[in-house]
Design a protein around this ligand. Structure first.
Ligand SMILES: [Zn+2]
Length: 259
């Protein structure tokens, strides 16, 4: 893993994921290595993490692994804000690529409830949008008075969607999924630096060899397959916060800005 003089805040670190316990699709493949993952992140200057807690049980496990530098989101009703580390409502939004988890109708019924939570708790939104045509932005625009702002994480939208997100005052979260195609790279070039935030969305969204952004990555860590993992190196196919360095390398080179 490379040394870096940068400081990072990974705004999409799903550290409650079972793969950080060594469990993949319900099967144990290696010992838990979450602490080693966090240590590796800190070694490259990534010492702040936004952990999306999708529901209450998730939030309980997120709180159980709390350590300084961790911040959380929540998407369910909260009786009282349990910690100052709770910084956003979410992950919420719409995703029509994964209708097997939740139908369009369910998603459209639940998304507006998050605007009410954002308004009640005066917290920004932590947002996700995939392939939803005009639905996502129409709802965001209709409820604009309910929320102060937010981050549209794992952004893979078009130039037009970027424009609408910026008009809503949102920050744009970029990771490996944002660097998949040539068209993605064109949009990344247009994201203003003052609205751009880096993330890994680990364990998902690594910059794969097949991605258009891969050629801009300078430092790939040595990785081991899950079955062979001893915790000392990143696991092949599982993204982790230390690899935010790859996102920085690719995004800065795509945008031709100094880092
Ligand atoms: Zn997401």
């Amino acid at each position: 893993m490379i040394k870096s003089t940068f400081r990072f805040f990974d705004v999409a670190a799903n550290l409650t994921d079972p793969t950080f316990e060594g469990i993949y699709h319900g099967k144990r493949k290696h010992p838990a290595d979450r602490q080693q993952v966090i240590d590796r992140a800190q070694a490259v200057g990534c010492d702040k993490f936004l952990v999306a807690a999708g529901n209450l049980p998730n939030f309980v496990s997120a709180k159980a692994m709390y350590q300084p530098g961790m911040y959380f989101t929540i998407e369910a009703e909260i009786k009282s804000c349990p910690a100052k580390q709770l910084v956003a409502i979410g992950e919420c939004g719409l995703d029509y690529d994964r209708l097997e988890h939740s139908s369009k109708e369910q998603q459209l019924a639940v998304f507006p409830l998050h605007f009410a939570l954002a308004e009640r708790y005066k917290l920004p939104l932590y947002l996700h949008n995939r392939n939803t045509g005009k639905d996502f932005f129409e709802l965001m625009e209709a409820h604009r008075s309910s929320y102060s702002g937010g981050v549209l994480h794992s952004f893979t939208g078009t130039a037009e969607e970027l424009k609408r997100a910026l008009e809503l005052g949102l920050y744009i979260g970029l990771n490996g999924c944002s660097l998949k195609t040539k068209e993605n790279l064109e949009v990344v070039r247009e994201v203003p630096l003052e609205r751009l935030v880096l993330e890994t969305d680990c364990p998902y969204c690594e910059i794969r060899k097949s991605h258009a952004g891969f050629e801009f990555v300078e430092n790939r860590p040595d990785m081991k397959n899950p079955e062979k993992s001893t915790g000392e190196t990143p696991v092949r196919g599982r993204n982790e916060p230390a690899r935010i360095v790859e996102v920085l390398e690719a995004v800065s080179r795509v945008k031709a800005v100094e880092r």
